[in-house]
Design a binder for this molecule. Sequence first.
Ligand SMILES: [Zn+2]
Length: 154
Amino acid sequence: MIQVVREQKGSISVYKLSGNISEDTHFDDVMGPSNPEMEINCKGILRINSMGVKTWIKYFQTCQKSGTKLNFSECSTAIVEQINLISNFTCGGTVESIYLPFSCLSCKTELSGLFKTEDLKKMKMSLPTLKCTKCSGKAEFDDIPEDYLAFLGK
Ligand SMILES: [Zn+2]
């Protein structure tokens, strides 16, 4: 099941998506017709399966064809995975910001950090550490930068 909360930010229609995306997700119904400028907030997307990817691409390709400006923001790790795997996942849209998984070196707490893709490009794979919310220790990026950020170089 997927939930969509829609709000208007000036000329941009913002859609906050949360839940799981599968063959049961009917984007036409939950999103409605495309708008000239759409921001898709992907923070709450937990999982997307292969059938979900197909329905996703079908919907956003239709938006792309109608000339919609697509911008994907706060992409969850599940979405970043797909952006890296599937070359046309964003259907010509831009990726504004993504979540990165971090893990505390002392207490192993898992954290996520939100980064703008623009800033990540400037960092050139050398990622900062975060402060652990539990023990204030040092949390390091918990994946392989060259894999997780592969889409930045495309
Ligand atoms: Zn910690």
